[in-house]
Design a protein around this ligand. Sequence first.
Ligand code: PLP
Length: 476
Amino acid sequence: MMDSWVNVAERLGSDLHLELAGPGSRRAVLIHALREAVRDGRLLPGTRLPPYRSLAADLGLARNTVADAYAELVAEGWLIARQGSGTRVAPRAEPVRPPRPPKKAAARPAPPSHNLRQGQPDAASFPRPAWLAAARRALNAAPHDAFGPGDPQGRLELRRALAEYLARARGVRTTPDRIVVCSGFAHALRLLFGGRVLRGPLAVESYGLAFHRSLLEAASVRTVPLSLDGHGARTTELEHLKDARAVLLTPAHQFPTGGPLQPERRVTAVDWARTRGGVILEDDYDGEFRYDREPVGAVQGLDPERVVYLGSASKSLSPALRLGWMVLPEHLLDPVLAAKGEREAWTGVADQLTLADFIDSGHYDRHVRRMRQRYRARRDRLVAALAARAPHIALTGIAAGLHAVLHLPPGTERATVEAAASNSLALDGLAGFRHPAATMPARDGLVVGYATPPEHAYGPALEALCRVLPPAPAGD
Ligand SMILES: Cc1ncc(COP(=O)(O)O)c(C=O)c1O
């Protein structure tokens, strides 16, 4: 009898355990083990098997025994052998015992053919080579203590890089010791409200991300909507909110209606925070992406002791990284760190160090510049398509960000979103972003994300969009 569970991982480049136990000749036992591995899917169709000599050495068998076993399995149709490309699992040698799906697995709907939902940057543009190079440099340079338990405030390398970058690119006034690294904006909200650093009621904009509202609701935070217009949130309404001590704003680019918060309204918000002892939460989710003039600086620069600046890599790089940062007033630093706990439990050190290098080496700026050009070109294609095909549809929020709002004739939003769905086009209507207690008049519209589709799919997605837009009302 031979050894059981021999690992031939090194030869295959992936784990494969062959159970070489049982009666019979060595050749028969090996044939049986390989057949079982193919049958139950551990060796997938197309997988290249190790050369005879290597497998024989791994298993302590004679080379001829392995060659005979392969030949037998080729004859049976389990394997194929080709001159020059070795022996592989036959393409149709499907496992006859595929693993059973979990009992309650819900059938996943087929993905839509076209996706113009807002929310995602272009995943195909993730800067893989530059990120890999940054990771290599960062891990090589990291001191040993980087691989101990993580500091909940975040790696100093990253906080330094962010302090410099945010000051330069976003007008944020900070030092590295006021920055806390977290795993995105949603995590920051959880820390601030779930961790009882701040309490409700929280003033929010009448249109925003439902996910963030539900996250606040889960932390028992009541949200009170501020009206919006073309100048952003009406911050003058803050003084009428008796109990609110915090307001959440998207000053660079109101989410999702577009448009920066007007300077006077910024000042009104800061004055309110000063007189009430309140704080402004500044969600700067896509502040870097401004196309027609310089980015609008952060409100935080007006008063770093009254504004919590919240940034994220989700739009600039990828939401999958789960990396974000909070720039805190002094009085909130210790409470936020207490909410984070004694050990970092959220953001991996390897990604923090990589991002620090990515910023320091200029790649972050370069990537943002490249993406700005790409998104601007996409925005221009959207504008051109509508001008040509649906000139009666007004478009706003186009100066910045990764999405725009299309204004529809009254009463047509729902039917348009449904028509899109039945044409396999994923789209969001404005209604899904509206705060349930909002009192400002509702408008019919679509929030169109133009960053998401890969380059080749964007034209067809625009075409699908133009097909489902409502026609101009009679008389237009
Ligand atoms: C309004 C808004 N804020 C913040 C974010 C960033 O969220 P996170 O950092 O949790 O991915 C997003 C999405 O990217 C967003 O749409």
